[in-house]
Design a protein around this ligand. Structure first.
Ligand code: AMP
Ligand code: MG
Length: 373
């Protein structure tokens, strides 16, 4: 099996100037290795186009706290990738709550109405709609709680129960008012669109590529959000790797897809080990203020658009397996692969047809979840 389309990233989180940032290790940290691998990747990609007919263009950038790699095929790819780079930079500037001049920071500072860009308004509108339908699992105003755990500063700590209780009182998405492009939140409320921003950016990037006439592209926004356009130039499916939650160097499974999105949420992305020896990670259950610990190690969602997949993967991770399965049965419109600490792989019937377990997950129990009980 060719590794050409496999995406596997080793994310390590470093703290720099009080900001938690994601660094792609191995490739990024050592220049000579970086160059060799870049040449290798490029030549692999180019050898791919030898069998098809389209030239490939590739772009890498660091945005939204992660390394992104965009690969697009065909003659119009270059200008499209330039526009995407600019668009993602603007989104990042608008959405990063830790940039004083960002739109989200302006909303969080003020109890007065704040006018935002069309992108921020559209993202917020869609995100609020989804948050409303997710039984409290997705909460866009959880920022004070997320900060209290140190997941923004990197100064990790376990907040006292009373502190969490009072911070949770400031988290309520129903209090966010969006009128056209004007956003109003009560004093003390803080928005954080980190659970959905990359998915939205992926869809905007895919739309830009289409506008430029590109019909084949693979967009990787940090490994956890993958968006594809069309199929590979030779008409075959993309093969996307989902990492092993316990080992960043290994795959847990592959999925083969045409056009669509593959979004994964997992505790391994950002976590710390407390003095009590327990692992505390960055996906928080809004019902308790504590990290969502329900046996799930990661949730991958396969869907048509990156935004929905990004929101769902985070929310299903919070829900835990039973609620996640019920949500899927009631709403449909997506497929999932859930890796569970004791139950192996739980995979929806649609995803079962396109996924191939890898590594130690080859021997894992696989339970196919069907719509009909
Ligand atoms: P993702 O990697 O897409 O699953 O998003 C995780 C990020 O979303 C975290 O780093 C937090 O910033 C934020 N987050 C954590 N828990 C929640 C939640 N229950 N609802 C919405 N956002 C959350
Ligand atoms: Mg998400």
């Amino acid at each position: 099996m060719s590794d050409r389309d496999l995406l596997l990233y080793d994310h390590q989180h470093r703290v720099r100037r009080g900001m938690s940032i994601t660094v792609r290790t191995g490739i990024r940290l050592r220049r000579p290795v970086c160059c060799v691998l870049a040449v290798l990747m490029l030549s692999l990609a180019l050898s791919g186009c030898a069998s098809g007919t389209k030239a490939v263009r590739e772009r890498e950038l660091f945005a939204m706290d992660t390394w992104m790699t965009f690969r697009a095929y065909g003659g119009h790819a270059e200008p499209a990738l330039s526009e995407i780079t600019e668009m993602i930079g603007m989104l990042d500037e608008a959405l990063d709550p830790d940039r004083a001049e960002s739109e989200i920071a302006a909303i969080n500072r003020s109890a007065e109405p704040v006018t935002v860009s069309a992108d921020t308004a559209a993202l917020l509108k869609n995100a609020l709609t989804l948050s409303d339908s997710m039984d409290g699992a997705l909460c866009l105003t959880l920022s004070p709680v997320i900060r209290a755990w140190g997941f923004v500063s990197g100064e990790y700590r376990i907040p006292a129960p009373e502190e969490l209780k009072s911070l949770l009182a400031r988290a309520d998405d129903t209090q966010v008012r969006l009128d056209g492009s004007t956003v109003t939140t009560p004093y003390g409320m803080e928005l954080d669109l980190g659970a959905v921003a990359k998915g939205y950016a992926a869809d905007r990037a895919a739309a830009l590529l289409r506008e430029h006439g590109v019909t084949s592209a693979l967009l990787d926004l940090g490994g956890s959000t993958i968006r594809t356009l069309g199929t590979k130039p030779d008409g075959s499916l993309w093969r996307i790797a989902i990492r092993d939650p316990e080992d960043a160097q290994r795959y847990a499974s592959l999925v083969e897809i045409g056009e669509g999105a593959v979004d994964t949420s997992g505790g391994y992305e950002r976590f710390f080990v407390g003095e009590d020896g327990a692992v505390y990670w960055h996906i928080i259950d809004p019902a308790t203020g504590y990290p969502a610990q329900n046996g799930l190690l990661s949730v991958t969602v396969l869907t048509d658009d990156g935004f929905t997949g990004d929101a769902l993967s985070t929310a299903l991770f919070v829900m835990g397996k039973e609620r996640a399965i019920s949500y899927w049965r009631e709403n449909g419109g997506f497929e999932f692969i859930m890796l569970h600490e004791s139950d192996g792989i739980l995979v929806s019937e649609g995803a079962a047809a396109v996924f191939v377990p890898q590594g130690r997950y080859r021997d894992a129990d696989v339970t196919v979840i069907r719509h009909e009980q």
